[in-house]
Design a protein around this ligand. Structure first.
Ligand SMILES: [Zn+2]
Length: 453
């Protein structure tokens, strides 16, 4: 359970430390450093001039960000007869009822229970996506004074705010809506075991970790190439409601130092064009082929990649096998046309995509095929899902890349595939964005040093 208390409502209570910031600084040095870093950047942050980013962030996966708050002993607060307001927060779980939620929040209030059971507006707390963060204020008899929660409908940029307040007429419910505000955040970390362990330690949402892996995918194979001591700095956007981060947005820039080599990228979107990550020199890091048909994820990152697993007596095994759970989405690594979608002996469910210059890719053992022969596909489009159909020893994706009929290493192809540099017409605007992001990245890197000292 998350439990927080506000000392500012208790001015006359003697406490070991009277200043919440000092308490908090002692407990969360890194988080405070992030706050200071953002303050130092000041107006520079708001003057970035990259407004077109905000609508795109709405396409990013929704992610509830919940920060653990330290638990203080309950007894510490129940002093004498001073009236207390207690603040607690917790998230709504999938199987929560009004009763279990209020119990965890320390609310013992029949009127609140009845309201949460029957009021249609209040019931929205338990509908839709789980994980809504609920904050309550109670008095020292555990009666509800105020409850609030915010959530984001799947489609919107406008968030909903549920407020239940105790007044002269008893508990009153209302739902308001509010505009999300975009905030820049920065973080940095060091790899000790895995990317996700490092991003967890830096309090980064999974979607930011995935974006990191994807934006450097043609330079670094995050399943195989990570080294202990690799480090990263990242500047990303969050969409906030009343200061609560409801959605992690796009990574705006990042640096990843892998095995002593620095890789950097900055997001830039030309007005009316598809945005992309570029090197700080303006060279695009977007390639005509992705390096992997599977998106990097917390699940797939734990699986290895194997070459030549089922050789047998047939022709030599000329592909890459990605071990991944059945159902993992498979995507096309480049633009093209589906030239086969069906069953082939041994390969089970197969999709073949033909790309320009007589290149082709093949995906085998699929559990599901979501495209049909003749269909046009664009880089990153999902084609089907990993499975174990045909001659397969377990769920995996068998993937082949052919250039004029000759098998090639897909990773090499992705590495060598063409870069699209920035259009000269947008060069000046790009330089301005890149310069600002460079400052922010440098600031993010100093967070790491500050944290290490
Ligand atoms: Zn294979």
């Amino acid at each position: 359970m998350n439990f927080s208390s506000r000392t500012d409502k208790l001015p006359r209570l003697a406490r070991s430390s009277t200043h919440p910031l000092i308490d908090s600084l002692a407990r969360h040095p890194r988080r405070i450093m992030v706050g200071i870093g953002m303050l130092l950047l000041g107006t520079g942050v708001t003057a970035f001039g990259i407004a077109p980013l905000a609508p795109d962030a709405a396409l990013m996966p929704v992610q509830q960000i919940v920060e653990e708050l330290s638990v203080q002993p309950f007894a510490d607060l129940s002093v004498g007869s001073v009236p207390l307001t207690l603040y607690r927060s917790d998230t709504v779980r999938r199987d929560d009822t009004a009763q279990t939620l209020l119990q965890r929040l320390g609310v013992l209030d029949p009127a609140a229970l009845a309201l949460l059971n029957s009021d249609p507006q209040a019931r929205q707390l338990f509908e839709g996506r789980t994980g809504k963060l609920v904050t309550v204020e109670t008095n020292d008899r555990q009666a509800l004074q105020r409850l609030s929660a915010r959530w984001l409908p799947d489609d919107g940029r406008v968030f909903q705010r549920l407020v239940i307040e105790s007044g002269p007429q008893g508990l009153q419910v209302r739902i308001e809506s509010g505009e999300l505000t975009a905030q820049m955040r920065m973080a940095s970390g060091v790899i000790n075991s895995s990317l996700f362990a490092a991003t967890d330690a830096a309090n980064l949402p999974d979607s930011v970790a995935v974006q990191l892996a994807e934006m450097f995918a043609s330079d670094i194979d995050f399943r195989r190439d990570l080294r202990q001591g690799d480090r990263f700095s990242v500047v990303y956007e969050t969409l906030e409601a009343d200061g609560e981060a409801l959605r992690a947005g796009r990574v705006l820039s990042a640096e990843f130092i892998n095995n002593g080599h620095a890789h950097e990228a900055v997001w830039f979107e030309e007005p009316g064009h598809k945005g992309a990550y570029y090197g700080f020199d303006g060279e695009s890091s977007r390639k005509s082929f992705l390096s992997s048909p599977l998106e990097f994820s917390r699940v797939s990152s734990g699986y290895g990649m194997r070459f030549h697993p089922i050789s047998g007596k047939q022709k030599a095994h000329l592909g890459i096998d990605y071990a991944a759970p059945t159902g993992t989405p498979v995507r096309t690594i480049g633009d093209g046309v589906v030239t086969f979608a069906g069953v082939q002996r041994g390969y089970g469910n197969v999709i073949e995509v033909t790309h320009k210059d007589n290149k082709s890719t093949l995906f085998a053992h699929l559990s599901r095929i979501d495209v049909r022969t003749g269909q046009k596909v664009a880089q990153g489009d999902f084609l089907g899902a990993v499975g174990s159909t045909g001659a397969s020893t377990g769920p995996h994706l068998h993937f082949e890349f052919r250039d004029n009929g000759v098998h090639q290493d897909p990773l090499e192809i992705a590495r060598q595939s063409e870069n699209i540099p920035i259009d000269q017409a947008f060069r000046a605007r790009f330089e301005a964005v890149a310069q600002q992001q460079r400052l922010s990245l440098n600031a993010a890197a100093t967070l790491l040093q500050a944290n290490a000292e």
